[in-house]
Design a binder for this molecule. Structure first.
Ligand code: B1H
Length: 838
């Protein structure tokens, strides 16, 4: 085999048109790409043709950097972080890459001088919605920070043909539409057909003795699927590093068709092809709900096997032996979705590369880290043994072997503790038998982390309590962060400019620098500019809402925003109870002084989650009544904005005055929207849950509207018997609000429509809305008071943004690098002729 060093260097000069950053060059490249790639001239070009030409123009400018980055990683013995995630919720690429390359204004100028509408072209891009919510978006923020910090990294995932569904609202109900994000082509990806990998499924295993008389097992699958990698460049901000996001698409191998033709089963062959290609068709939209669907396990195994085989290939290409695999790659499991990787790496090392079990296990444990993202029991992944055995017979054997050795250790440490053994086992044997993926991930990793301080503590105490007792040293906290490039610079250029005028540009890659804004807090002119900026952005959002949804909202009113997936634990319906409380006050006394508010909601419900969909209907129904009641006199407006996605997030976070982070304490692992709001100067009303706690610590309790039970109080109340009826009967205000919903007031007299929701609250209230109701209303009243003093509100807004340094994903990634991955930056230097930044 030729090693990389032996390959003769391919010398060529690159045309400046494809890399240069001067205005003239970019202008020519745009015209060139329109003609040579889209095959159009201006007379026939559609807006999409222009968008594509523009996107290729930007991609061209990343290619030299991308190539150089990959070359350095392959040549040098650097350690590469490999982020395995079933979801990457990237959002639009164009603006983000322009910002990272430092050519946003330049390109915008060029486009406009060419007689085109830059904003129109920018909005044509279909965003890759390859994720459900926070978990997928976190993966995208982490990819951005890895590149910005110049950490060698590769993201591995699935190239879903259909990402998260598009949401429409009809008659107040959610309707799901397939997301055809690839229909006009994707200029950001490059297929690497020659790096296709084969993945086996099903069949049986067979034991045998090899030529050295060693016991071995071979796997005889009944299906082979090809994984074709599609690479997307991930640029870093103001550096040359361009890392790779490698997403796998499933294709049927041609050989099967030939076989079928030979036996005349043409239809069977085509069908088999369709079934294989189904693996990467669609993203499962059940955020935080485990449904044991076979295709989902196929997806997980498919992308994990492709990725591990790819890493092994890259490692061997460097001329290394597999004993040092963990020195080449630090593999992070983004929740348990890729945790089958533990068994797959063992299979590859032991069965295919003939490494002894103990050594293979060392390598495996040293390779993997596991991030847990949820404590919700319904989200914890487990697969029935029968499903597992049918799809991955060899992996089940390997898991049994891992389990036997592991439980042996446990038995030695805790003799005669069968309960503990049953809890730690990789197999749940309490009823129907299951493989527990969190246990597999925990045993197979050297590091386990939660995503916020409280979440990690609860993880150590409850869900992984026994593992923590066994291996406390494996556990650590890594509080989430978000990238300030997308979530401030790209989405809120007005604020970014104001900040930069005051403290320079360094904050964009050193978010702690925002602290320097505190020095200007007594500067009345600065406060005025800050307030004016927020006002302008709220004006843009108001115009957008008017144009797109026909609802008139007052930009002077308090913008109160809750955007996130719909879930009972996130309690969008608690927010609704507040709206109805205010509405009731107005009805009882139409001349009451109230702070005008616009309530903005956005978020998708899992298509099979009835209660979440009913909450959407409730929001819209309450909106219909409130928005059209003349007594309200436009002082309250309720809008549910359909199809919440990354692009809309970029519009709404900058325009918010108030950020709703109102989950039941102990339920939201971290939250990341909470960070995006505060960075953009919104104040938070929130519970002591997830990262809210740390946000409050940073911004100061006087700049945060706190309410609700603590996690401890929630547990206590639950254990002594929580009765929502008591709250209903003892709080006349709450009773009136609930009765109004029950009466059919918001449902044209239909008393059945919202009954399931009301009954759930009255008789179970698993997320304790009633217990937190009064405290929430009181906190909202304080918000109203505070908003009336605009000077004071502005101070609080500035302090919130200024103190958000900790929540940059750069800080989070640095912690992962130092404490889990042992990864260090590698500078990418470019030849002079391609360096020239504009
Ligand atoms: C989070 C998920 C999740 N936690 C299963 N768990 C999924 C679980 O499709 N599935 O099967 C999809 C998603 N997502 C979120 O992760 C937490 O709820 C947030 O609190 C957290 O901020 C985010 C990132 O850590």
């Amino acid at each position: 085999m030729t090693t990389f060093e032996q390959v003769p260097v391919f010398q060529c000069e690159f045309e400046d048109d494809r890399t240069g950053l001067s205005k003239e060059t970019i202008k020519r490249a745009l015209a060139d790409n329109l003609f040579y790639i889209q095959g159009k001239v201006p007379a026939t070009a559609t807006p999409n043709d222009y968008y594509m030409a523009l996107a290729y123009t930007v991609r061209d400018r990343m290619l030299q950097r991308w190539f150089k980055t990959t070359e350095v990683y392959t040549k040098k013995g650097v350690k590469v972080v490999s982020y395995l995630s079933a979801e990457f919720l990237l959002g639009p690429h164009l603006s983000n890459n322009l910002i990272n390359l430092g050519i946003y204004d330049l390109v915008r100028q060029v486009v406009e001088e060419s007689g085109l509408d830059f904003v129109q072209l920018r909005e044509i891009e279909e965003e890759p919605g390859l994720g459900n919510g926070g978990l997928g978006r976190l993966a995208a923020c982490y990819m951005d920070s890895l590149s910005t910090l110049e950490i060698p990294a590769i993201g591995y995932g699935i190239r879903y043909e259909f990402g998260i569904f598009d949401q429409e609202i009809r008659d107040g109900w959610q309707v799901e539409i397939t997301d055809k994000w690839l229909h006009l082509g994707n200029p950001w990806e490059i297929p690497r057909l020659e790096e296709t990998i084969e993945v086996k499924f099903g069949g049986r295993t067979e034991a045998y003795y090899d030529e050295k008389c060693r016991y071995r097992v071979r796997w005889i699958p009944d299906k082979v699927v090809k994984g074709v990698p599609y690479d997307t460049p991930i640029s870093g901000y103001n550096v040359n590093t361009v890392n790779t996001l490698r997403l796998w698409k499933a294709e049927a191998p041609e050989s099967f068709e030939f076989q079928a033709f030979n036996v005349g089963d043409y239809y069977g062959a085509v069908n088999r092809k369709v079934v294989s290609e189904n693996i990467t068709k669609v993203l499962y939209p059940n955020d935080e709900l485990m449904k044991g669907k076979e295709l989902r396990l196929e997806q997980q195994y498919f992308f994990v096997s492709c990725s591990l085989q790819d890493m092994i290939r890259l490692h061997l290409q460097k001329g290394e032996s597999l004993e040092t695999f963990h020195q080449s790659f630090a593999v992070q499991l983004n929740d348990t979705h890729p945790s089958i990787g533990v068994a797959e790496l063992m299979r590859l090392l032991v069965d295919e590369y003939e490494i002894e079990w103990d050594q293979a296990w060392q390598i495996t444990q040293n390779t993997f880290g596991y991030t847990n993202h949820t404590l919700l029991p319904e989200a914890l992944e487990k697969w029935t043994l029968s499903l597992f055995k049918n799809l991955l017979p060899r992996h089940l054997q390997i898991i049994y072997e891992i389990n036997q050795r592991f439980l042996g250790q446990v038995r030695a440490k805790y003799p005669n503790d069968s309960d503990r053994l049953a809890r730690l086992s990789l197999i749940d044997e309490s009823g129907e038998k299951y493989v527990r993926m969190a246990n597999l991930a925990s045993v197979g990793s050297h590091a386990i982390n939660g995503v916020a301080a409280l979440h990690t503590e609860l993880l150590k105490r409850d869900v992984l309590g026994d593992f923590h007792e066994l291996w406390p040293e494996k556990f650590s906290n890594k509080t989430n962060g978000v990238t300030p490039r997308r979530w401030i610079v790209v989405s809120n250029p007005l604020l970014a400019n104001l900040i930069t005028r005051k403290i320079g540009v360094d904050w964009i890659s050193h978010l702690e620098d925002l602290k320097q804004l505190e020095a200007f807090i007594e500067d009345a002119e600065f406060r005025r500019e800050w307030r004016q900026t927020k006002q302008d952005i709220k004006g843009y959002l108001a115009t957008y809402i008017k144009e797109n949804h026909g609802i008139e909202v007052n930009p002077e009113s308090l913008f109160d925003v809750q955007v996130k997936r719909l879930h009972e634990y996130k309690r969008q319906h608690l927010n609704v109870l507040h709206i109805i409380t205010l509405y009731k006050r107005i009805k009882d006394n139409p001349n009451i002084e109230i702070t005008p508010r616009t309530f903005i909601f956005g978020g998708k419900a899992a298509p099979g989650y009835f209660m979440a969909k009913l909450i959407i209907k409730l929001i819209n129904s309450v909106g219909d009544v409130v928005n059209n009641d003349p007594d309200v006199r436009d002082r309250l407006k309720v809008v549910f904005l359909p199809d919440y996605n990354v692009r809309f997030g970029q519009r709404v976070y900058p325009a918010a005055d108030l950020s709703e982070q109102i989950s039941t304490a102990g339920k939201e692992a971290s939250g990341t929207g909470n960070m995006k709001f505060a960075m953009n100067g919104a104040l938070t009303i929130g519970t002591l849950d997830g990262a809210n706690i740390e946000i409050r610590e940073e911004v100061g309790e006087e700049n945060f509207f706190l309410f609700g039970l603590t996690t401890e109080q929630v547990y206590e109340l639950k254990s002594k018997g929580y009765n929502p009826w008591d709250y209903y009967h003892n709080n006349p205000q709450l009773k009136q609000v609930i009765d109004l919903i029950s009466s059919g007031f918001f449902s044209h007299g239909d008393t059945n429509l919202f009954r399931p929701l009301v009954d759930s609250l009255l008789y179970h209230d698993p997320y304790m809305l009633f217990a937190d109701y009064q405290s929430y209303i009181d906190a909202q009243d304080q918000v109203n008071q505070a908003y009336r003093d605009q000077e004071h509100w502005t101070r609080m807004s500035i302090l919130n943004a200024a103190r958000m340094g900790k929540f940059s994903s750069d800080r989070a990634i640095l912690e992962y690098c130092q404490e889990i991955w042992n990864a260090v930056p590698v500078k990418i230097e470019l030849e002079e002729y391609i360096q020239g930044r504009a």
